[in-house]
Every structure is written in C-alpha cells, then in structure tokens.
Design a binder for this molecule. Structure first.
Ligand code: EPU
Length: 339
C-alpha cells in the first residue's frame, strides 16, 4: 500500500473542493485495505473510503486515513444468452460501460458517462435515463472491516432503492467487486424524455453503442462537466411523497411535476429549486448551476463548508415555500469537529 501524509484532495473529488487528508492510502488489493485499517487503528484515526470522488462533499480537512480502493480487473463469462461480467471496485465506471458494449453486452448503455468508480456504483444504486444499476446486479463483494472477512451479498441483500443501498448506512463495508448479469440480445430502453429524439437527431438506429452515445451527448449538454466546473451531479434526491404530501405540494404549486413511484409519488427536486428562483444563486464560491437547478457547482476555490451552507439555504427556502424537505444525494465526508 502507498501512503501519502497531508495529501491534497482537490483533484480526487469532482467538486474540486480544496481539502487535505492526514494520510492518503491507495489500496491495490484486499490485504492493502486491511493494512490501511491497521494503520488507522495504530494512530487512532478514522478510516474513510474515497472512490472516484464523484458523489462526495468533503466538509473540511480530514483528520483521518483516507483510502482509495485501486482494485483493478474485469472478467466476462458467457451463460446461455447472458454475459456475466465482474469488475473490481477501482475501475472507472464510464470506461467499464464502454468495455461491456465492446464485448457485446447490453443493458448498461443508459448508464453511460456517469463519473465515478465501479465500487461506488452500488452504493447509491446509480440510475439514469430510466435504468438503475440494481436490475443487473447478481452480487456485490465486499470487505467487512468489523470482521475483516470478505463477503458476498446477493442483490436482495444489498437493499437497493432509489439512490440508496445498505452501503450508505454501513460504513464498515468496503465494496471490492461487482458481478452483473447483462443480456446479449439488445432491448432498447429509450422511453425517458429526450432519448428517442436525440437518436433521431443523430440519424442512427438504436444499438447499445448509439444509445450510449446519445445519452452521453444529452448528459454533457445538460450537466456541467466536472473537469470544467466542479460538481457532484445531482445534489438532492428527487423527493418521494405520500398522497397527503403530494396534495399539499399541489395546493401551493399546482404545476409541480408528479410521477408515480411504487405506491407513492415522486416530484422533481430541480423543478422545486427552479420555481423558488434559485437557479444561478451563489453563496460564496458555491452556486446553483445556471442550466440545471439540481446541480451545485464550485465557481472556483469553494470549500466544503460553502457548498454545505448553500445546500442548507436551498433546503430552507424550498421547505419554507413548498413544504417539501430535500434530501442531499452525495455523501458528506467529515471528521467530528465538522459535523
Ligand atoms: N427541471 C427543472 N429545472 C431545471 C432542470 C430540470 O424544472 O433546471 C425539471 C424539468 O421539468 C425536467 C425534470 O426536472 O423535465 C427532470 O430533469 P432531468 O431529466 O434532468 O432529471 P432529474 O430528475 O433532474 C435525474 C437524476 C440524474 C439523471 C437524470 C436522467 C436524481 C437525483 N437525478 O435528474 O442523475 O442523470 O434524472 O435520468 O435522480 C445524479 O444522480 O447525479 C444524476 C445526474
């Protein structure tokens, strides 16, 4: 394992937040992860896991051992009409999706161009353009830091839900590998608004590659590229409302978009923020993106505290005006004093 003391984290989080880690460790295998745990224990420091850094807000300098699981590798097995593909946690998600398409596997094309690592994908059950990761998961392998054993969890055991899984609640579990079952027969999933239109504009028939390319084009048109303007994608989850909450929202905002979600209702966090007039609103060096109200951006040099202050302001305004509580989507990394 490789250890750096007082390591800068700015380039290791897509928000581009300036912060440092007391120690930064890159772990190439499970033994390294255990060694990192021992290293932290010997110094009485917490161990924190950082994947691709695309879904975190670093609240401030981390008096911790921050470990990056750099585990690599991908395998492909054919099982009748399916391709069963495993990938290690440290692989880049967007590149992994392209490689699955290259080997003739179908299904992940709608999850194109999502920043982050393979290991982070099950944590928030990544989803986009009508598809969520959970539909492909056979199992997830992890290292349980409490028992120091490797475990294999079935899809059901992962407790997947909208932008949620057990891994968001169990910080002693480090995802090391995922096993996905993908189809070899292509069934286009192009019903999400704008996808069919994008394909038509590109003048190509749906294929895993063309859907991948169309969705990549839509994403980069709508969402700011983190290498240009620091951000962590959607900052809030789309709120899930029961019937009474939905009626209360419609009473104050009759035009609010409402979608069926299981037995409940989902509304659009972007719409709520937008209708409160917060698009483009800045607090310090953090701002609501001008083109998509759900994305908070780093205007340059923002601290985690500035991003969190902006998020708290948005929550307060939306709650006061519309009665809906917004829940943040990214994980907040902090040591005790920053809570
Ligand atoms: N809208 C506004 N104002 C805006 C932007 C959007 O009112 O500034 C409204 C529009 O009515 C639009 C609706 O919001 O039709 C939905 O917008 P969009 O299609 O961009 O999707 P979203 O609900 O804002 C979700 C995911 C994204 C994912 C897209 C596409 C969450 C929290 N976000 O965003 O995921 O890419 O759908 O499937 O579920 C991410 O998680 O980081 C992420 C980018």
């Amino acid at each position: 394992m490789r250890v750096v003391e007082h390591a800068a984290l700015r380039t290791l989080n897509t928000f581009g937040i300036v912060a440092s880690a007391r120690f930064l460790v890159r772990a190439g295998n499970t033994a390294d992860l255990l060694e990192a745990q021992d290293f932290a224990g010997a110094r009485s420091l917490p161990l924190m896991v950082l994947g691709g850094g695309s879904n975190v807000v670093i609240a401030g300098d981390l008096d911790a051992v921050v470990v990056i699981p750099d585990l690599c590798g991908m395998t492909v097995e054919r099982d009748q009409n399916d391709l069963v593909i495993e990938a290690a946690a440290g692989e880049n998600w967007a590149e992994f999706v392209q490689r699955t398409i290259d080997v003739g596997a179908c299904g992940l094309e709608n999850l194109a161009a999502i920043p982050g690592s393979v290991g982070a994908a099950p944590i928030q059950n990544i989803g986009a353009y009508g598809v969520e990761l959970e539909r492909f998961v056979e199992h997830v392998e992890l290292l349980d830091l409490a028992t120091r054993e490797e475990k294999l969890l079935s899809c059901a055991q992962c407790e997947f839900a909208y932008r949620d899984s057990r891994f968001k609640r169990r910080t002693n579990e480090i995802v090391t590998r995922v096993r996905l079952r993908l189809a070899s027969q292509f069934e286009p999933m192009v019903d999400y608004p704008g996808v069919r239109e994008e394909l038509a504009a590109m003048g190509i028939a749906p294929s895993p590659r063309s859907v991948h390319d169309a969705i990549t084009a839509i994403r980069w048109r709508k969402l700011p590229r983190p290498d240009v303007l620091g951000n962590a994608g959607s900052f809030f989850k789309n709120p899930i409302l029961d019937a009474a909450q939905k009626d209360a929202l419609l009473a104050v905002a009759p035009a609010a978009p409402i979608y069926a979600h299981g037995g409940a209702y989902k509304t659009s966090a972007a719409w709520l923020i937008d209708v409160c007039g917060l698009k483009g609103f800045a607090l310090g060096r953090a701002a609501v993106h001008r083109d998509h109200a759900l994305v908070l951006v780093n205007l340059g040099g923002a601290t985690g505290a500035e991003v969190l202050a902006l998020a708290a302001h948005i929550r307060d305004v939306v709650h006061a005006r519309l009665g809906v509580v917004l829940e943040p989507e990214p994980r907040v990394l902090h040591t005790d004093q920053q809570r």
